[in-house]
Design a protein around this ligand. Structure first.
Ligand code: GCB
Length: 608
């Protein structure tokens, strides 16, 4: 079990959660001397910065934008005097990629991994009724033992630069909201919901973990506030007669409220909205509430102009509006766990989420998008560093599943993106990660990973672990592009025929396919990079998908154009968006709208 609670910071009769977001102090520490020099007691010559934000695109000089190393944040706040006696914490939505947190000059917490929340427990370090100084040393270096993978190299002049093994800009910093929290000494630490359907009723098995021994009760209210079920005890089953289910694009949420009851009233109370649905894979079907669904949607990024990877409620809202407009029903959180607020929105909107851990770059390459199709092998899981990587991977998985297990929207765990799978040594690594996901998830959701182009039926040593086989394929772009598109289609069909031959009886999902497309470039006849070629390519891909019944979903790469490292294959980032980075449609968006809105409801047995 994790040493801090992953519950979302919500206020209640017994809980306080105060946003610390705003303008903080900020200072780069290229020499990495801040810890020894006592910067935790006050930054020597700070700039100012908004929190949350990604620092890179705020600055005009290249060295800051591309900075790799330690960098510091500082802020001050008063902890109310009447909070004394409670458990006080500073809860970070994320710190990319690792952080050391100090309160009043003393270390309070460290955390590894840049896309999941953690809480620095500061009860004994806090000064009550007075100002407190919070300092955070964040580090954004990449390595082959931490997630995501890459390298950090030192140039001759001593400057460090990052070399990501992945195709998105290495935005970093305090990119999500930060809360000051106060909980009662005895509190609700975690809870797990596991719904089953019995005819029109729902049975929801639950388990509540608290930090004490007082009795616990739980109640469920429907959207009108009426009591739908209640139970006593730390574990049990809630019986909800005539339950209104959570459905695709027709979400319904109940409010689950847990209480620890004391001799003198409520000790702690925590409430969370949650949907009731089941998910399972049976044969080639992905079943939601027992009915097949076909996934229509996107691989996305948390990425937009100026704010980089920082959580922006406005960008989130726009993205959901566009996804609804285009007729999508799903997205993958490529290539890292997204902000919790985005999953809460998916719950409200009825979107299906493929929830991905930040296990990307497990293929040693600065251009995996190019090299994947060359048959290059990198024996990534046979290195002296593999054991350390696995440990971090398992820890990130535990944090992800603990954080996201109660979201109805989350229907599939994605445990890797495009890892090396062609060496036998990959299999034990995969087996451990896949097994752990099942152990951690009470709902036993199906598991998958996105297969890179050289992970083929006859070369991949790991597809057998997947409950859903997810393919990232670029026939007609990285392979046989442009005037060779007919050859691309033939090669694509040949690969799918080979998968069919294996007779896996599992659903297949396309988690990536797409073309870089410069918005506004029109060509008759089409040429690569034009809006016309994007359409031609998509139509070819869909023709292929539609002729294989085991293909149960299409998530095009990407929802929107996004920023990457600079290089000869990227012009102001990756341009595979169906929307621009400013969230306006390319021609392909209108084509998708037509296709997705007109796919018959019973498509391949699906009704999504
Ligand atoms: C991939 C990667 C993704 C890249 C994409 C591309 O296979 O999973 O991160 O952005 O290809 O556009 O090359």
């Amino acid at each position: 079990m994790l040493e801090y609670s992953m519950l979302y910071p919500r206020e209640s009769v017994s809980r306080r959660a105060k946003r610390l977001d705003g303008i903080w102090k900020f200072q780069l520490d290229p020499a990495g001397k801040g810890k020894a020099a006592g910067w935790a007691n006050g930054l020597p010559s700070p700039d100012w910065i908004p929190v949350p934000s990604s620092f890179s695109d705020l600055y005009t000089d290249k060295q800051t934008r591309e900075y790799a190393g330690d960098f510091w944040y500082e802020t001050q706040f008063v902890i109310p005097a009447d909070w004394e006696g409670r458990e006080i914490g500073v809860r970070f939505g994320c710190a990319t990629h690792r952080a050391s947190v100090y309160l009043n000059g003393r270390i309070a917490a460290t955390h590894e991994g840049g896309f999941l929340p953690f809480c620095a427990r500061i009860t004994s370090l806090a000064r009550y009724g007075e100002e407190n100084r919070l300092a955070v040393c964040v580090n954004n270096e990449l390595s082959e033992t931490t997630l995501p993978c890459g390298r950090t190299v030192e140039l001759a002049g001593g400057r460090k630069i990052n070399k990501p093994y992945f195709d998105f800009f290495n935005y970093s910093g305090l990119q999500r909201p930060v809360y000051l929290t106060a909980l009662p000494r005895e509190s609700i630490f975690d809870f797990t919901l596991c719904p089953r359907l019995e005819g029109t009723d729902a049975e929801v098995d639950y388990e509540i973990v608290t930090t004490g021994e007082h009795p616990v009760e739980i109640e469920v209210r429907d959207a009108s506030g009426a009591l739908a079920a209640s139970a006593k005890g730390k574990r049990g089953t809630l019986h909800i007669p005539h339950a209104r289910l959570w459905r695709v694009r027709d979400a319904y949420l109940y409010q689950f409220t847990m209480r620890i009851a004391g001799e003198n009233g409520v000790i702690d109370e925590y409430s969370e909205p949650a949907g009731i649905r089941t998910v399972e894979v049976r044969g080639e079907d992905i079943l939601l509430n027992g009915e097949p669904v076909y996934l229509k949607g996107f691989g996305k990024h948390e990425d937009s102009d100026t704010v980089g990877r920082s959580f922006s409620p406005a960008v989130m809202k726009r993205d959901f509006e566009l996804m609804k407009w285009v007729g999508a029903n799903s997205f993958r959180t490529s290539h890292y766990p997204y902000s919790e607020e985005i999953l809460q929105a998916a719950d409200r909107e009825g979107f299906l989420v493929v929830d991905e851990v930040a296990a990307v770059g497990m293929f040693e390459s600065l251009m995996n998008f190019m090299e994947a199709s060359t048959g290059k092998q990198t024996a990534f899981f046979e290195k002296p560093t593999t054991a350390a990587l696995l440990e971090n991977h398992l820890r990130a998985l535990e944090e992800l599943i603990t954080r996201d297990k109660n979201h109805a929207s989350v229907i599939l765990w994605s445990l890797f993106n495009e890892p090396e799978t062609t060496h036998a040594a990959a299999a034990p690594y995969f087996e451990t990660v896949f097994r752990r996901a099942h152990e951690l998830d009470a709902q036993k959701r199906p598991r998958t990973f996105a297969l890179i182009m050289n992970s083929l039926p006859h070369t991949c040593q790991c597809y057998q672990f997947s409950d859903v086989v997810s393919l990232n394929r670029y026939y007609g772009w990285y392979v046989l592009g442009g005037n060779e598109i007919e050859e691309a289609e033939a090669a694509f069909r040949k690969e799918l025929d080979a998968w069919k031959e294996l007779g896996l009886r599992k659903p297949f999902l396309f988690t990536e396919y797409g073309t870089d497309t410069a918005p506004g470039i029109h060509k008759l006849p089409s040429a690569m990079w034009s809006e016309e070629y994007q359409l031609e390519y998509l139509k070819m891909n869909h023709r292929v998908f539609d002729s294989y019944p085991f293909v149960r979903g299409e998530q095009v790469w990407n929802f929107a154009d996004f920023m990457t490292s600079e290089g000869i294959l990227r012009m102001d980032g990756n341009k595979k968006g169906i929307f621009t980075r400013q969230r306006q449609p390319k021609a392909a968006a209108f084509y998708f709208k037509e296709r997705w809105e007109s796919l018959p409801s019973g498509f391949k047995g699906g009704n999504g």
